[in-house]
Write a protein that binds this ligand. Structure first.
Ligand code: HEC
Length: 154
């Protein structure tokens, strides 16, 4: 009984540490430090080409008609390279879209939960963000920082 109580307490104490750990695996380096990790870049590039490029384009340029809906009323794959609005989404939202897809919202983005791990998705986003201009990345980073602060206080 005592052991179970101790284990429970250990788990409860570890929970607050988890989001911090998770952030290490995501492409959210401070503007000055971004693109500093060639290993993550290469891993992300490879995973992106294998899993995402067929829809979002080899350079993340998206479908030329991404602003329009297809015959079923669904949006075509948007650019991820900073020319669309992907950079308006904080990291938590990007992860949610990739993990859970958009079928539940009536969209065509597949869910990757169970197919890609969090580190792999983090590496893909690291590469995706390497395609953004410094200015776009800086604005994303600032927005993401504000959202992370809010999440910490809620
Ligand atoms: C079968 C085609 C397909 C594949 C493969 C695919 N996506 Fe998508 N993705 C879409 C579509 C379509 C949308 C738009 C969804 C909507 O509007 O509901 C989308 C949306 C997104 C968005 C939101 C973009 C924004 O500007 O709001 C992100 C981020 C994204 N995809 C990342 C990825 C990543 C990372 C991969 C690879 C792991 C991937 N996608 C693989 C079709 C795909």
């Amino acid at each position: 009984m005592k052991v179970i109580t101790m284990l429970l307490m250990l788990v409860i104490c570890l929970i607050p540490c988890l989001p911090v750990q998770a952030q290490d695996t995501q492409g959210d380096a401070a503007p000055a430090a971004r693109n500093s990790d060639p290993v993550r870049y290469t891993r992300g590039l490879r995973l992106y080409q294998k899993n995402c490029a067929a829809c979002h384009g080899r350079q993340g340029e998206g479908d030329p008609n991404w602003r329009q809906r297809d015959a079923q009323g669904k949006f075509l794959p948007p650019p991820l390279n900073g020319t669309g609005h992907t950079w308006h989404h904080p990291m938590a939202v990007l992860l949610d879209i990739i993990l859970n897809g958009t079928a539940r919202l009536g969209g065509n983005m597949p869910a990757w939960k169970g197919r890609l791990g969090e580190r792999e998705i983090g590496d893909i986003l690291y590469w995706v963000q390497s395609q953004w201009s410094d200015e776009i990345y800086r604005q994303w980073f600032e927005n993401d920082r504000v959202v992370r602060e809010e999440m910490r206080h809620n």
